[in-house]
Design a protein around this ligand. Structure first.
Ligand code: C2E
Ligand code: CA
Ligand code: CA
Length: 788
């Protein structure tokens, strides 16, 4: 129950009940106002009796008004400032009520005279004064939307202008000269009324200019209306002076109360929202201050024709005051505008920097780089030459994958700093995206370019330390030098082509763009398109090369090798298309086709040859395949679909394919856990053979054929072959020697300790139909080319 009590709705009467009673009050008040008006009009024509009736509506309406105000102040959810505001209005209303009662009693005691402003009891005058000052004070204190010193100053100046101009107007037309100006109560009456008018106008201006803060705007407008009625009510003295039985409050109070009650209802119905904050941009505007200036000036002009009018001194003083205020306001606005302009310029500068620079490294971005290159080429001095260097980090992805993006980001920042050190202060260094950087060199000759390229490459030879990781990244650099015809796009594109050529030639290198490169690139993309077709239209073939046991040469397994039956170029070896397939991602569907086909073949041989069939088939796999999510599961399902078991397959991966680790390792581990065997292909040619063996799950090492070529006559090669064998033995792995072309090589390898081999000496890769010739049961275990 306790926590229910804490909710605002539980404490307050139901909103519907509140609205109904509020509406009833509003309606009664309106009726009172109507009755009042009737009475007042009757009073203009005679002296309706009893006089007390004329004094009923005002206090009753004020009492209802005060009650509604306090109820609004007690409403939940309007905030401290809102509560204080409505409560203060309520207090003001109570003073109003008391004053009107005092005035009414006075009027009834001395019928026919007391209603003159001069005869209003002083207590009532003070009461009215307090009644006006309290809401005035409440409105001034409202946390409006003017938040800056300038906005407050602006507001104060505008409000004062309107107050003086409007006050002057009221004074000029309604008081001066129309009543006795000899002081006493008359003076007090005028003083109060003048103050009232000015306060009303100043407050109105504030409401219009500064907004409401926590108060509902509709409520504020209603309050403004009531202030306006109150402010204009002194004008009624012009009438009541001739009808002493009438007093202004008799007509106005019920209207004022109606407006206030309506405002309260608006506030009660307002959705509870956070006070709206108006930005300086959407400053509210009003013509009131200008109207005040025009009014003052008009009175000044009128004075020219009435030189004797003693009101003119007041008009002149007010005109000077208003002029001073307006000048101050203008000066302040000018000052403020200058500030705003400076701020705007600064913001534009920041914005421009943001859109032209890379957030991570603060280097120029691609757009700015392009722009600067264009400018440089347009300037095109004769001797001076322009060059673009495109720098792409090698294997950055591996860093990101294994060490995380935070390390990757820091690495990029460090690289950016190094690149900046390599160039002259006025050269543009940019990050084009990812791990791709560019440098724009202006006014350089070939040796200058060479110097900077060397410096860039050398800067990568020092390890970069990031979060205690010492990283040795390398980069491939493509260089394009402008000639007269070059446009920006060309220069950057040429550098890009050169960079690809540099990468293709091995990593950590640079290449200058040459015309042939473009043709090569085109050729490659054409080849890619054809390869896609080859995959789709069954132009791929598999050949199989037997793997044999030493010394006898009896075949035990096969390795599947892909061929492309090209419609125009004939049968293509993998060297002609596998690199392109890897670069374009086509290796993924191609490799899958190989896997399906190889498994299918082994299944077929099993059915045809039974026990004599190859024990296993080796399938070559490239890095992009291993990176595919779900690769391991896919392979296992292919194996199962062919009716094979995982250990029938030897997955051959190169060291370079697995060196990046990460998801590649995960795929290999998953496959190996399932029983698939893993072979490290071309062993010895990669970078980190030994380190890799520690982390990568492997069953077979395939000694690269470059170590076999001279193994028979070259001691060093024999030593390497022997070392590889020792590693395999130490780790409990099988070792296969590849590329065995002669009897001598086979013999030497056997002497070193190799028991498995593969090579033209035993068998060339052959179409699947010929495999039974090697494995057929009739060949027995005598081997292909028995060693004698
Ligand atoms: P690899 O995996 O090292 O395959 C052995 C390569 O050595 C084959 O060349 C084979 O024909 C050749 N070879 C076999 N014995 C001898 C020999 O006695 N002397 C010489 N000089 N060479 C011999 P191939 O078929 O041209 O394949 C080249 C490479 O292409 C393969 O090297 C492998 O890395 C890749 N490759 C072949 N098929 C596929 C495939 O289906 N997928 C992938 N990703 N790569 C493949
Ligand atoms: Ca292989
Ligand atoms: Ca190999």
């Amino acid at each position: 129950m306790a926590d229910v009590d804490q909710t605002p709705t539980a404490r307050a009467p139901s909103p519907i009940g509140r609205r109904v009673s509020g509406r009833a009050l509003l309606a009664s008040c309106l009726v009172l106002a109507f009755a009042e008006s009737v009475w007042f009009v009757l009073g203009l024509t005679g002296s309706p009796e009893p006089a007390a009736v004329g004094w009923i509506a005002a206090p009753v309406a004020m009492a209802m008004c005060a009650a509604t105000l306090f109820r609004t102040a007690g409403m939940p959810g309007i905030g401290i400032a809102g509560r204080r505001f409505w409560r203060q209005l309520g207090v003001g209303c109570v003073f109003m009520l008391a004053s009107v009662i005092v005035q009414a009693i006075g009027a009834l005691e001395k019928p026919g005279h007391v209603a003159l402003p001069a005869n209003t009891p002083r207590v009532a005058v003070v009461g009215y004064l307090v009644a006006v000052l309290i809401p005035f004070w409440a409105l001034i204190r409202l946390p409006g939307t003017a938040q800056t010193v300038q906005a407050r100053l602006r507001l104060a100046l505008d409000s004062s202008t309107v107050a003086i101009g409007g006050g002057l107007f009221v004074y000029y037309f309604f008081f001066a000269g129309s009543n006795d100006r000899s002081g006493g109560s008359g003076f007090w009456g005028q003083f109060v009324v003048g103050l009232l008018a000015m306060a009303v106008l100043a407050t109105l201006t504030k409401i219009l200019l500064s907004g409401a803060g926590p108060i509902d705007p509709g409520a504020l407008r209603a309050l403004a209306l009531c202030m306006l009625i109150g402010g204009l009510s002194p004008a009624l003295f012009q009438i009541t002076n001739h009808h002493p039985q009438l007093a202004p409050p008799q007509l106005t109070d019920a209207f004022i109360a109606t407006a206030v009650i309506y405002g309260c209802l608006r506030q009660q119905r307002a959705p509870r929202r956070a006070p709206s904050v108006r930005t300086d941009r959407e400053r509210p505007r009003t013509w009131l201050p200008y109207l005040a200036v025009v009014a003052t000036d008009a009175l000044l002009l009128v004075g020219i024709f009435q030189p004797d009018d003693d009101r003119q001194i007041v008009v002149a003083v007010c005109a000077v005051a208003v002029t001073l205020l307006v000048v101050t306001r203008q000066l302040a606005a000018m000052h403020e505008n200058e500030g705003l302009l400076a701020q705007l310029r600064e913001q534009r500068e920041i914005l421009r920097h943001r859109v032209t620079h890379d957030a991570l490294t603060t280097l120029a971005n691609r757009d700015l780089f392009r722009e600067r290159t264009e400018q440089e080429l347009a300037a095109g001095a004769d001797e001076a030459r322009t060059a673009v260097l495109l720098i792409d980090l090698d294997d950055f992805k591996a860093v990101n994958d294994t060490l995380g993006h935070s390390v990757g980001d820091q690495l990029l920042v460090a690289v950016a700093a190094r690149l900046r050190e390599c160039v002259r202060p006025f050269d543009v260094v940019a990050r084009l995206g990812g791990d791709e950087f560019a440098i724009l060199l202006a006014g350089v000759d070939r040796s200058g370019i060479d110097g900077i390229v060397d410096r860039v490459l050398a800067s990568f030879s020092r390890a970069i330390v990031v979060e205690s990781h010492s990283l040795l990244v390398r980069a491939s650099v493509g260089v394009a030098v402008a000639d007269e015809r070059d446009e920006t796009g060309d220069l950057l594109r040429n550098a890009d082509i050169a960079m690809y050529a540099a990468k293709a030639g091995g990593k950590g290198r640079h290449a200058y763009y040459s015309t042939g490169m473009h043709a090569e690139l085109l050729e490659r993309s054409e080849l890619a398109a054809q390869l896609q077709e080859a995959i789709d239209h069954g132009q791929l073939r598999l050949v199989f090369q037997p793997v044999v046991r030493l010394p006898g040469g009896s075949p035990i397994g096969v390795e599947a090798l892909v061929r492309w039956q090209h419609p125009a170029r004939g049968l293509l070896a993998p060297g002609a298309f596998i690199p392109t397939a890897e670069q374009t991602g086509l290796i993924v569907p191609l490799g899958r086709w190989v896997m399906v086909e190889a498994c299918h073949q082994l299944g077929q041989w099993r059915r045809d040859l039974g026990e004599a069939a190859p024990k296993a088939v080796g399938v070559n796999v490239a890095a992009p395949q291993l990176r595919q999510p779900g690769y391991a599961a896919d392979v296992l399902s292919i194996i199962a679909a062919a009716g094979l078991t995982p250990d029938d397959i030897l997955l051959e991966v190169t060291e370079t394919a697995v060196v990046e680790g990460g998801s590649t390792f995960d795929a290999l581990r998953e496959l190996r856990t399932a029983g698939v065997r893993i072979g490290l292909d071309d062993f010895g040619t990669g970078q980190s053979s030994l380190g890799l063996l520690r982390e990568c799950p492997v069953d077979v090492l395939k000694l690269d054929k470059s170590f076999v070529e001279h193994v028979a006559e070259n001691r060093e090669q024999a030593a390497i072959a022997e070392a590889v064998l020792h590693i395999a033995q130490a780790l409990g792995l099988a070792a296969v020697a590849e590329g065995v072309e002669s009897e001598a090589q086979a013999g030497r390898l056997y002497d070193i300790g190799y028991r498995f081999a593969q090579g033209f000496h035993f068998a060339r890769p052959v179409p699947p139909a010929q495999i039974p010739d090697y494995f057929g049961a009739d060949r027995g275990a005598d081997g292909l080319r028995p060693r004698h």
